[in-house]
Design a protein around this ligand. Structure first.
Ligand code: BGP
Length: 482
């Protein structure tokens, strides 16, 4: 049989991805404790969300119910099966299992929920891909311990990982530790709350130093989880999860090239530790130069060495550019001491200003594979958009199809031309979910529509968008037609 032009490797994991707190709702039932995600303020594109004291009323944040996946997952999995999904990525909401984070005994009702969910997926031929911590650590760990800046969280996380990995050892093969662990170091000054470290800063803290310490504590916790997981089931595939946003030099000025490479280094720091099992020299040097007093023990360094990951999971949505020049296109997006992140005049953006760049995905796959030589798993990619229901009830989201198709082509080129090892592709929000960044429902990624608006109104009815049939064909053909 003639090979199709865009055919993918056999066993390629075509899937879809969500995170527990963005779909489940039911935030206060069956013994669940609060997670940091439950107490975020509503945001929007300009205003970052913040952890606040306690759960906001519906007037201030109307999306606590999310899409009520907790009660409707069977109906949704039926649609996933019809779609042909081979894998479904979600997270375990840590506070369902350990309501306070530091409990010694897990909450059985929470464990039971994920038993049922994973069973339902498996019954429908869908492989669960599970993130242990997706921006939803128990709120009590933030409030009482200050988040991951406190090394006690290493033990709590390891115990949580051990508990769930033991419980689901015959149901879940693919794991990831911390979602987008690397996006905190660029944003420690303002957006610490939306990371997994959930650092509660004290007066007088050097925020960058504390963020580095929290990050290292998470990396150690992750490595311990990997080691424990492998002992529980040597067949587990345990990965890290990175946000890869390539930052191009804005100009071919050598200083821009250096700025780009330094910016990437800050982000690669995390996967360098996850994959190589040691703290890179450039980081040690920087901490020394900055006078940071970063604490770790010989036992922890050993844990890093013993807990390296099997694969690299990552999200890819966009690229950015960086420059040292003054005269640039558009407004700078972000300032760093020596350079600023700026728009790229060659790229279009979505309605939220995210630059659309499929070639950047191929570039990222190449760069990461060359750096680590480990299998890669694209566990998030997609386009947030305002969708419109036409008079005939159809949602014609050809822009979403165009986005996904271009990225699938880029991924195919990376595999078939460049020889990159890619395990699978789970586009973000296969079903409409609450946006993490803005807390809105109407920034939609799904190929399944959910009837709910930004004010929390709607029937929660599910409806297939036009992209549904398109993705179904892609999966069936194991790639794009023609
Ligand atoms: C990533 C997160 C997801 C998801 C996605 C899209 O950073 O891992 O949780 O939300 O981005 O972002 P948003 O929801 O802000 O559009």
């Amino acid at each position: 049989m003639e090979e199709r032009k865009y055919e993918f490797p056999k066993d390629f994991l075509w899937g879809g991805a969500v995170a527990a707190h963005q779909v489940e709702g039911a935030y206060d039932v069956d013994g669940k404790g609060l997670s940091t995600a439950d107490v975020l303020t509503a945001g929007n594109q300009k205003t970052p969300r913040q952890i606040t004291k306690g759960v906001l009323s519906d007037q201030y944040y109307p999306n606590h119910e999310a899409i009520d996946f907790y009660h409707r997952y069977k109906e949704d999995i039926k649609l996933f099966k019809e779609l042909g999904l081979k894998a479904f990525r979600t997270s375990i909401n840590w506070a369902r299992i350990f309501p306070n984070g530091d409990d010694s005994v897990p909450n059985e009702a929470g464990l039971k929920f994920y038993d049922d969910l994973f069973d339902e997926l498996l019954r429908n031929g869908i492989e669960p891909v599970v993130t242990l911590s997706h921006f939803e650590i128990p709120y009590a760990l933030y409030e009482n311990y200050g988040g991951f800046k406190n090394r006690k969280l290493i033990t709590f996380f390891a115990w949580y990982a051990e508990t769930v990995m033991r419980r689901y050892k015959d149901k879940v093969k693919y794991w990831m530790t911390f979602n987008e662990i690397n996006n905190q170091l660029d944003r420690f000054d303002e957006l610490h709350t939306w990371t997994n470290s959930a650092v509660l800063f004290d007066e007088g803290d050097n925020k960058e130093e504390v963020t580095v310490q929290a990050s290292l504590n998470e990396l150690i916790a992750s490595a311990k989880a990997v080691k424990i997981g492998k002992e529980i089931n040597p067949n587990f595939q345990i990965g890290c999860m990175m946000a890869y946003v390539p930052v191009y030099p804005y100009a071919c000025h050598p200083k821009d090239m250096l700025a780009s490479s330094k910016m990437m280094e800050r982000r690669f720091f995390y996967s360098d530790v996850h994959v190589r099992g040691e703290i890179p020299t450039y980081a040690l040097k920087r901490w020394k130069n900055e006078g940071f007093d970063i604490k770790y023990t010989a036992e922890e360094l050993d844990a890093l060495r013993q807990g390296t990951v099997d694969y690299i999971g990552f999200s890819y949505y966009m690229s950015k550019a960086v420059t040292t020049l003054d005269d640039v296109y558009g407004d700078p997006v972000r300032d760093f001491p020596e350079a600023k992140v700026v728009g790229n005049p060659y790229l279009d953006t979505n309605d939220w200003g995210w630059q659309i760049d499929p070639d950047g995905l191929r570039y990222t796959l190449n760069t990461v594979y060359q750096r680590y030589n480990k299998p890669l798993f694209i566990v998030e990619n997609g386009m947030g958009a305002y969708d419109k229901i036409d008079a005939d009830g159809k949602i014609r989201d050809d822009y979403r199809v165009a986005y996904l198709e271009a990225h699938i082509k880029a991924m195919h080129e990376a595999i078939s031309i460049d020889g990159v090892d890619v395990m699978g592709y789970t586009p973000w929000g296969v079903i409409d979910i609450v946006s993490f960044g803005s807390g809105e429902m109407e920034k939609r990624y799904g190929i399944i529509h959910v009837d709910k608006d930004n004010q929390g109104h709607g029937t929660l009815e599910r409806r297939k968008k036009e992209s549904f049939a398109w993705y179904q064909k892609v999966i069936e053909a194991n790639g794009l037609q023609g």
